[in-house]
Design a protein around this ligand. Structure first.
Ligand code: APR
Length: 311
């Protein structure tokens, strides 16, 4: 029996569950949250949509980690968004405590799972989940690159009028300021992006991508994006479940690739049943490589902040 667990039944978690259930790729998707009734109610609603959608995957809503036992994949979305007046360190402390306790519970019941972390701040949370779980680092990875790449592709499609499905766009590094665009790897219908758009236009689209999450937050007024983020996380879980070997930009543990070692960073990886099979080193321009090295150092210093917290 195949099972995916999603921890956190908020916007991100519940939409991820819905996508996975509708794709019909596992027997069960378990959704858990600390709020009583929330995952159960959402699960009931989703299960009742199956006759219309035509899928069979059963969604189980629970507050009990025993129900998550023997999951093949666990997606951790539990956490709080940053609230007004909260510093970056405050958020780090709150979410680190949540991710630590969630990881301990998950490991207890699913010692062989692959962990996909999406809770922000992502680089720190992926590192923490890896440390707390004690899992091999290839079995713990994070979601950021697929989302940013997908946003970038959307903006390229808007700017060029090209079919969204003809665009291959990638971003490396991490979210926000540490996002590293890699235009040299981007293609429209196989044609290099750099031959279709001017450097200035590419820079503008990169900047909009970098601030893609904030643009949506400003429009929504409450809460943050979840449709594209959930698509990205679900897509990673699908690659693990199907042992597809797909290449996707994920937040993965670096072991010397590009000369970078011992840090979680967004790069292209081959994803399969055991998580990250290997990091795929693509040829980068000198500027892109320098950006990646800088991003690695920025992540390393952010991760050091974790040591100041009493967990
Ligand atoms: N265990 C399980 N669930 C928890 C826990 C916990 N210890 N603590 C909080 N939660 C749940 C909350 O009850 C809530 O239902 O996590 C859920 C978070 O949902 P939302 O507030 O809707 O946030 P969401 O938009 O889903 O984002 C979740 O993803 O993109 C990141 O920055 C975002 O870190 C945030 C996470």
């Amino acid at each position: 029996m195949s099972r995916i667990t999603v921890v956190g039944a908020g916007k991100y978690g519940s939409t991820t569950v819905q996508r996975l259930a509708e794709w019909d790729i596992v027997d069960e998707v378990v959704m858990t949250d600390i709020v009583e009734g929330l995952p159960q109610g959402l699960a009931l609603d989703m299960n009742q949509s199956r006759p219309v959608i035509g899928n069979r995957t059963l969604v189980i809503g629970t507050n009990d980690y025993a129900d998550t036992a023997n999951s093949d994949v666990v997606i951790i979305t539990a956490g709080l968004p940053r609230k007004p007046g909260m510093s970056r360190m405050d958020l780090l402390e709150v979410n680190a405590k949540i991710v630590k306790s969630v990881t301990e519970q998950i490991v207890r019941y699913s010692p062989n799972a692959v962990l996909i972390v999406v809770t922000n701040p992502l680089d720190q949370m992926a590192t923490l989940a890896a440390d707390v779980s004690g899992f091999p680092r290839n079995r713990v990875f994070g979601q950021a690159g697929i989302l940013d790449s997908s946003r970038f592709a959307h903006f390229i499609s808007e700017a060029t009028g090209a079919d969204i499905q003809s665009i291959d766009a990638f971003t490396y590094g991490s979210h926000g300021e540490t996002m590293v665009p890699v235009p040299s790897l981007c293609r429209i219908d196989g044609k290099p992006l750099t031959e279709v758009l001017s450097p200035g236009t590419i820079d503008d689209l990169v900047e909009r991508t970098r601030k893609g999450g904030a643009e949506i937050v400003a429009l929504l007024k409450t809460g943050s994006a979840y449709y594209a983020p959930s698509a990205a996380a679900a897509r990673m879980a699908k690659a693990v479940i199907e042992d597809s070997g797909e290449h996707m930009p994920v937040c993965a543990w670096m072991s010397g690739e590009y000369g970078i070692d011992g840090v979680y960073l967004g790069v292209m990886a081959e994803v399969g049943a055991g998580g990250v099979r290997q990091i795929v080193e693509e040829p980068l321009t000198d500027e892109e490589l320098a950006g990646l090295v800088d991003a690695a150092e920025a992540v390393r210093s952010k991760v050091a902040d974790l040591e100041q917290i009493n967990l």
